[in-house]
Ligand binder design. Structure first.
Ligand SMILES: [Zn+2]
Length: 267
């Protein structure tokens, strides 16, 4: 019996092993799209109901336009790389909410929210594209589901709660806040160093594919660190790459990103 159990655990592990496109990193994800997407769409709907959309039509349109351009790049990539059914399952949406928190996120299936508080850090359209590319990259690489998978190991049953489609359940909401940063009041969610670096790289490829200036991704992190005034929030200390490391990594990756974008942008 024990053997069967451990064998099935190994089998499950192998079946849930996959590779992140572009970076080639191996990951374990126990959460299927069929399970996560309905939960994601319900959480997004609930979030929008409880938050105020920005009344700045110009800025909202800008977020929308950049989002559409980045999503087209991601869609193009997926269709050219055996991810057609995944591309078809996305329900892209881009909203700007009135909130001073420096925050932006993308939930599974392309559900994006920008907070007005992050606009000064973005500073311009290319800056918006850099943040958009980064957040969409977290969703594209399924970082949240990976977090959920490791949380599952620590706390059995967590996944079942997180996959609920009741967008009013406080337990589910709390989990989505931890896993995807939805409704977080402390600002941008600190994923692990591995996930942040990966989102930086993928985001850069997507923004170049969409026709934006990738150098602005570097400037975004310069502005982010200026805003922090050298003071890094404690939650970033252990797992988050420092802004300087991030800036150096982005600079180093730029030529590779340009080459990758060129490769994936041909039809
Ligand atoms: Zn991130």
């Amino acid at each position: 019996m024990k053997k069967i159990v451990s064998l099935s655990v190994v089998l499950l592990f192998l079946l849930s092993c996959s590779t992140v496109p572009i970076t080639g990193r191996k990951r374990v994800n126990l959460v299927s799209d069929a399970k996560i997407l309905p939960a994601s769409f319900a959480q997004y709907k609930g979030f929008l109901k409880e938050h105020k959309l920005s009344s700045n039509a110009k800025k909202s349109n800008e977020i929308q336009n950049v989002g559409i351009n980045i999503s087209k790049a991601v869609d193009k990539f997926m269709r050219a790389n055996n991810m057609v059914s995944e591309a078809n399952s996305y329900r892209w949406e881009f909203n700007l909410i009135e909130d001073n928190t420096v925050n932006a996120w993308c939930m599974p299936g392309g559900k994006v929210v920008f907070y007005t508080g992050i606009l000064p850090i973005c500073a311009n359209t290319d800056g918006i594209a850099a943040v958009m590319g980064h957040e969409v990259a977290h969703a594209f690489a399924k970082h949240g589901q990976e977090r959920m998978t490791s949380a599952y190991g620590q706390q059995l049953g967590g996944i079942a709660v997180a996959l609920g489609t009741n967008n009013k359940d406080p337990k589910t909401k709390a989990l989505w806040s931890t896993i995807y940063g939805v409704g977080s009041s402390v600002g941008m969610l600190a994923y692990s160093r591995t996930h942040e670096t990966e989102a930086d790289k993928l985001g850069m490829v997507f923004m170049i594919m969409a026709g934006y200036k990738p150098e602005e991704a570097i400037n975004v992190w310069v502005r982010m660190s200026e805003r922090a005034g050298g003071k890094v929030p404690p939650e970033f200390l252990s797992t988050h790459p420092s802004n300087q490391t991030r800036i150096n990594n982005l600079k180093a990756y730029l030529p590779t990103a340009i080459a990758q974008a060129k490769k994936y942008n041909v039809q």
